[in-house]
Design a binder for this molecule. Structure first.
Ligand code: 1CP
Length: 355
């Protein structure tokens, strides 16, 4: 295995002892950083940032220049796959994603093809190669995709629509057609993750942001089944290093045992789930990543430190914890507060007394 200057993230994933609990944050590169906002303005659009490897790489590294984070996550988006399938993605400032050609008919779904990542998503792979060069093995780089179900919600709705009327109607009215869509998405996601692995990412994360809206039976049928399909088809190693898989289902706290049985190596834990309870339930089957409430970052440094201490002690001084938020960094957070969080995780975990 090629060494990293700081490998605590990978050590924690494999549940090996670490001196300090590793920490990274979902959306660590993003709108709370003034240097991100400046670059986005210069580039003109979010997609321009994603599609220009030099800019995507620069943004990936922005939070690492400020904070001693233990992992980098590629700056990109889960919706690049539907864009590569021809749906025409754009982001309106403050309004989230919009597709020019959302899926509106059986014909729209039937004609979808699995993209060829090396051609249709080459800009993501170029960004990975450039970022790895710039990172110079300081810390590992995480690649990612959305789950088939989560991608399907955006592709069918056409935009961010938290009540999901169209995908709910499809699920109730034509589940067979929905399965056709999920199947082509599962193949697309595993192809894209494998291409990311070949381009050099050191771990992959699957974001199942909308799995939690399903009932337990439907979660297994429409989300978990396809996540399992994806994981089954992933390269398990690259250039002699094992490639771990992190699975995050927002609102999935009640299904941790099912999620841990997918073949993933880490479960992302949201803030609705108690970390100690999660650890007791999955035992040493997988490592856990999470789960500080992102809203804490809007409070005072003292309260941030206290909340970090609470999260660390909820997990306990055992191997297998990667500190993270329960969801992404809110836009309004002061970068100085993120510095407080990262330092607190490192300092307090080093001093933490075995429970
Ligand atoms: O400047 C801007 O307006 C863009 C804001 C932004 C950012 C910083 C978007 C639009 N995407 C991203 C980057 C991003 N997206 C990353 C980069 C790495 C990092 O974490 O630093 C990642 C991993 C994602 C993943 C992503 N995109 C998810 C899954 C994670 C989650 O938040 O649950 C989802 C659902 C998306 C879709 C998306 N992209 C952007 C927005 C605002 C959204 C959410 C839309 C909605 O509210 O439904």
């Amino acid at each position: 295995m090629r060494a990293f200057k700081n490998d605590s993230f990978l050590r924690a994933i494999w549940r090996q002892p670490v001196v300090k609990t590793p920490v990274w944050m979902m959306r660590q590169a993003g709108r709370y950083l003034p240097e991100y906002r400046a670059l986005r303005q210069k580039a003109g659009s979010f997609m321009q940032l994603c599609k220009t490897p030099e800019l995507a790489s620069e943004i990936t590294l922005q939070p690492l220049a400020r904070f001693p984070l233990d992992a980098a996550i590629l700056f990109s988006d889960i919706l690049t796959i539907p864009d590569a399938m021809g749906l025409g993605l754009s982001f309106k400032e403050g309004e989230g994603p919009i597709f020019a050609h959302p899926l509106r008919s059986e014909h729209d779904i039937a004609r979808l093809r699995v993209p060829t990542p090396e051609v249709d998503l080459a800009y993501v792979l170029d960004a990975i190669r450039l970022t790895q060069k710039n990172l110079a093995r300081q810390v590992p780089l995480i690649g990612f995709c959305g789950s088939p179900w989560t991608l399907a919600t955006y592709m069918v709705e056409g935009c961010a629509n938290k009540s999901f009327p169209r995908i709910q109607a499809l699920r109730q009215g034509d589940p067979k057609l929905l399965h056709t869509l999920l199947d082509v998405l599962a193949k697309s996601v595993s192809a894209h993750l494998n291409a990311q692995i070949r381009a050099g990412v050191n771990a992959v994360m699957i974001f199942d942001t909308w799995g939690g809206m399903l009932n337990t039976a439907d979660y297994q049928i429409f989300s978990l089944y396809y996540v399992k399909q994806v994981i089954t088809h992933l390269l398990t190693q690259h250039e002699g290093s094992p490639i771990p898989v992190i699975l995050f289902t927002k609102g999935g706290g009640q299904w941790l045992e099912l999620m841990a049985a997918t073949g993933c190596h880490v479960l992302g834990i949201d803030c609705q789930t108690d970390l100690n309870d999660a650890r007791l339930r999955v035992g040493d089957k997988v490592a856990l990543q999470g789960n500080l409430d992102p809203a804490i970052l809007l409070e005072s440094p003292e309260r941030i430190r206290a909340a970090v201490a609470k999260t660390l002690s909820a997990f306990g001084k055992k191997p297998g914890h990667i500190f993270n938020l329960g969801h992404g960094v809110p836009q309004q957070v002061l970068p100085e507060h993120v510095a407080v969080l990262v330092d607190a995780v490192h300092e307090l975990s080093e001093k933490q007394i075995p429970l």
